[in-house]
Design a protein around this ligand. Sequence first.
Ligand SMILES: [Fe+2]
Ligand SMILES: [Fe+2]
Length: 284
Amino acid sequence: MYLYWVRSANRTRSLLIMQLAWLTDIHLNFVGRTEVNSLCDDIRTSGAAAVLITGDIASALYLTRYLDNFASSLQMPVYFVLGNHDYYGSSIREINDAVGKLISEMPQLIWLSACLACIPITDNTCLVGHEGLADGRLGDPEGSEVMINDYYQITELMQPSKRARLEVQHQLGDDAAAHLRSQLKQAIDASYRKILVALHVPPFPEACWHMGEKSTDEFLPHFGCQATGEVLREFALTYSLADFTVYCGHTHSSGVAEILPNLRVFTGRAKYGRPQIERLFTVE
Ligand SMILES: [Fe+2]
Ligand SMILES: [Fe+2]
């Protein structure tokens, strides 16, 4: 973290600037120790003062072990949300409990879904976030015949009918939106002008890139979260002087979606088997 002093005519104030390394969909359970060590080396030598991970870190069986090793190796704050793969082989409830226990023992791991308030990054910028898993509302959920692994691998999403599964997804989306709303309100009340938002799943159809193209209505129910997008749009329209930048992943295809003049979404590329820094950026 770098501290700069800016002098004006009558007063001195601190202005904190830092480099943040954004990673997404690193799927560490698909690679060996060499690749993980190489990723940690890249982060350490990048000049980053902290890491932001937008989900799909590993899978349920390995998640807490990888998070523990990763944070211990880096020795810097690791802000993160989980992704759908992090629950594979278990349930959302069990993994959330396990991650909650881990973060209570490792203060450098900051799970944004467990943060009631926004996280200050610099004087002007704060960070909020949530998994915001696909809520089955975008595109054509009734007509889509797509069955992704989530519906066989995550206990809560293993439902006897599409209708029952969509009800669970709607609730997950609503819970994510409520969390995001609370954090964003707190960020606005605290007068932050720049708000970084970490989500796993893209919150708008325009940000659901799939193999270099915009997702079809067939895939959108599984690739996006409408509920979080609605909250973001509402805040960006209501608080036009604040600037909102979303970082997300999930679709493994990169793109930038300009939703409003003060709201944009970066979706990460994230190749399987090649975990790397998605982007290194300066936060002011
Ligand atoms: Fe992924
Ligand atoms: Fe994902």
